[in-house]
Design a protein around this ligand. Structure first.
Ligand code: ASC
Length: 150
């Protein structure tokens, strides 16, 4: 049994260490995947934004549910920018690969702001949501400005 556990743990470590790029057979697959991720994240973030900006009625439960989907999505698509996926149906700027440290910093910032927004949503009042929404939206925009062609 102990051996089996050791084997399973070893296998899990190896699987986790497989480079993210290996998940995609072709650059187009990575592009499709990350676009889908951003689309879902944006849809749910947008629903929270509508509440935070008074365009939709505040619903505490829906706010939490939607932010948490955005939080989950925000973890996925950063692994979908392999080398070579700068060409094709993409607005990704070359800076993503040229200045990957800055890109990662911007991605980390956005993820952190969404976690804060999630905590704010869980407070259960619209003012907390409003306060955290601005910085979260800025962290999205920051990346669009620097790393996305428009
Ligand atoms: C959204 C969305 C984004 C951000 C960004 C904030 O709702 O889809 O990408 O907010 O527009 O500036």
């Amino acid at each position: 049994m102990q051996k089996l556990i050791t084997l399973a743990a070893g296998l899990a470590t190896i699987l986790l260490a497989v480079p993210a790029a290996a998940q995609f057979a072709k650059p187009e697959d990575a592009i499709k995947y990350r676009k889908a991720g951003f689309t879902i994240m944006s849809a749910h973030f947008g629903r929270v934004g509508a509440m935070a900006t008074g365009k939709a009625p505040y619903d505490a439960k829906a706010a939490v549910e939607n932010v948490d989907i955005a939080v989950a999505m925000s973890k996925l698509h950063w692994a979908a920018f392999p080398e070579g996926s700068d060409k094709g149906e993409t607005r990704a700027k070359p800076e993503i690969w040229k200045d990957s440290a800055k890109f990662k910093e911007a991605a980390d910032k956005m993820q952190a702001e969404l976690v804060k927004l999630s905590a704010a949503a869980k407070v259960g009042n619209v003012d907390a949501l409003k306060t955290a929404f601005g910085p979260a939206a800025s962290s999205c925009k920051n990346c669009h400005d620097n790393f996305r062609k428009d």
